[in-house]
Design a protein around this ligand. Structure first.
Ligand SMILES: [Zn+2]
Length: 301
């Protein structure tokens, strides 16, 4: 039976300046922890430094339960500009280093997983992550086209890959497994700039069902080395409230993923980002060189 990994990513940023509600953040991560226990699922909590300082004990507990705790960065909350993708290599390393120090102080270990705020990145980002010893994460949001957030991904790979050293949209030999967001590249939102993705709060359960089904069938057709469905949310909704709409939607997504796997004779395997990346590394060794591009000469006389 084909195995499909299923991960719930939670970007934790309830203390960031636009939200500033640590109490809500706490309720959200505790509620999500309960949902994961109840449904037997696993999560990847990507945490900005100020959320880490506020709720370190809870993250250490979540880690004990098998969830991945990784690093999330919103540079504005460290005194920089809002978007990571406007900075060069040295500044990105500086920003990341500060965040890594807080994480390490609170968790007693360095972070290995990473996600940038807004999916904001540029060609220096993957080498910067590698330089800091980060090993995997959701960095790219394929087809997202938001120059206003320094987040432009074009037709970057839809599945796990090692990124290119000089071009974020290509595959290459950076020692970091990018685990892109699960998206439907053909269903567009926000005037066409953004693909439908599996962010719980983005749309309703019916839309998510279609995205899951399409993503799974595409991966089966392409026989991707590691197949996964990654849903995502933020710790800015009250997941502890049993009547919360986002909570209901998350339950529906989990159910849909299970049902779609059954219908396609696949087995759903709860996994965090680190486990998905480890499965990829096991199947695909880190290549020596970058992606070899060839000129498309179709149509020439
Ligand atoms: Zn964020």
């Amino acid at each position: 039976m084909t195995e499909i990994f299923f991960d719930i990513q939670v970007d934790c940023e309830a203390t960031q300046h636009a939200i500033a509600n640590p109490g809500l953040g706490k309720k959200a991560i505790m509620g999500l922890g309960e949902i994961m226990v109840e449904t037997g699922t696993k999560g990847s909590f990507m945490v900005i430094p100020s959320d880490m300082r506020a709720h370190a004990a809870i993250y250490r507990e979540l880690e004990q339960q098998g969830h991945e705790i990784g690093l999330h960065v919103h540079p504005a909350d460290q005194g920089y500009e809002e978007f990571l993708g406007v900075y060069g290599f040295d500044m990105q390393v500086k920003i990341l280093k500060e965040a890594v120090a807080v994480f390490s102080d609170c968790m007693g270990r360095v972070p290995l997983s990473f996600t940038p705020g807004y999916g904001s990145a540029n060609d220096s980002t993957f080498p910067a992550l590698e330089a800091l010893g980060l090993k995997q994460g959701l960095v790219s949001v394929p087809t997202r086209d938001l120059p206003e957030c320094a987040c432009v991904w074009g037709h970057s790979p839809l599945g796990c890959h090692y990124p290119h050293r000089y071009n974020r949209c290509l595959t290459g030999n950076v020692d970091f497994v990018d685990v892109p967001a699960t998206i439907d590249p053909e269903s567009r939102m926000w005037g066409g700039k953004h693909p439908l993705d599996l962010r719980v709060e983005l749309v309703d359960a019916k839309n998510h069902y279609y995205t899951i089904e399409k993503a799974l069938r595409r991966q089966l057709a392409e026989d991707s080395p590691v197949k996964y469905i990654k849903t995502a949310t933020h710790n800015t909704y009250d997941y502890a409230d049993k009547n919360n709409f986002r909570r209901e939607t998350l339950y529906a997504i989990i159910k849909a993923a299970e049902k779609i796997c059954d219908l396609n004779e696949c087995k759903l395997i709860p996994a965090n980002t680190a486990e998905i990346a480890a499965a990829y590394r096991k199947k695909v060794p880190l290549p020596i060189g970058g992606q070899k591009l060839e000129l498309d000469t179709r149509g020439r006389l």
